[in-house]
Design a protein around this ligand. Sequence first.
Ligand code: AMP
Ligand code: FE
Ligand code: FE
Ligand code: ZN
Length: 279
Amino acid sequence: MRIDLHTHSHRSDGTDSPAELIAKAAAAGLDVVALTDHDAMSGWAEAQQAADEVGITLVPGLEISTNFHHRGVHLLAYLPDPAYAPLVAELDRVLDGRTSRTPAIVAGLRDHGIDLTEDDVRREAGGSVAAGRPHVADALIRLGLVADRTEAFVELLNHGRPGYIGRYAAPVEEMIPLVVAAGGAAVIAHPWGRRGGTVLDEAALSHLRDLGLAGIEVDHQDHGPELRARLRAIAANLDLVVTGSSDYHGLGKVDHDLGCNTTDPEQYERLMSRTASRR
Ligand code: AMP
Ligand code: FE
Ligand code: FE
Ligand code: ZN
């Protein structure tokens, strides 16, 4: 059984439609795939229909933008009730915060001499539920100003660069219980990826587990072999589920092909047992 628990469609910042993503997952030999768009559940219906057609299992999920000690933490939520109003309200707040800063980002870049408009960004956001920095990056690529998203972030969009504007993210200590109340299972995505580094140490993860955290994503492209080994040891100490996933974004991220990391079937079963549908 090949299981990939973290992928993005164009409902957030991936480049495939949910149906295309599912077709590619089946072609890549996956048996189980989770669709986890940023702060959005809008791709579930289309993905479910496609999964039924090709005969693979869809795990409906999302990746929620949260904060922990002023650092961004991505929280994967699997199988929450999409109609649970407190969760929906919080996600709307995050999505509004993302979209509403586009004018400020564009203004910051224009001050820096970059001739970019809000319409350019909106056009790239297309079928997405919100316009975020990846869409600003795509607009900059189309203008020929940067080669790819990574260059756009490093040069212009990361903290401290001219196009950086902060936005709302939900406190992770509130979001984990909210996901559990919605019947879902919560997993920290790439806990030591990018700038995550030192914030989520064993003590912090232990605290989050006590709040209802079910697992951590260990096998992820942002983690090298040594980090993976250390995270695996922490998961064993804390009795957390270990997941592995691609964090596929279509053409939006290189070296994140579907199935490049996978989740052990036993760990997958443990994770599913933490959702209301199995409790
Ligand atoms: P935003 O939600 O607008 O703050 O944008 C954050 C999203 O941008 C993340 O969830 C990533 O998918 C994407 N992202 C962040 N850093 C990079 C990078 N260096 N290269 C490509 N995509 C990135
Ligand atoms: Fe993303
Ligand atoms: Fe992430
Ligand atoms: Zn992701």
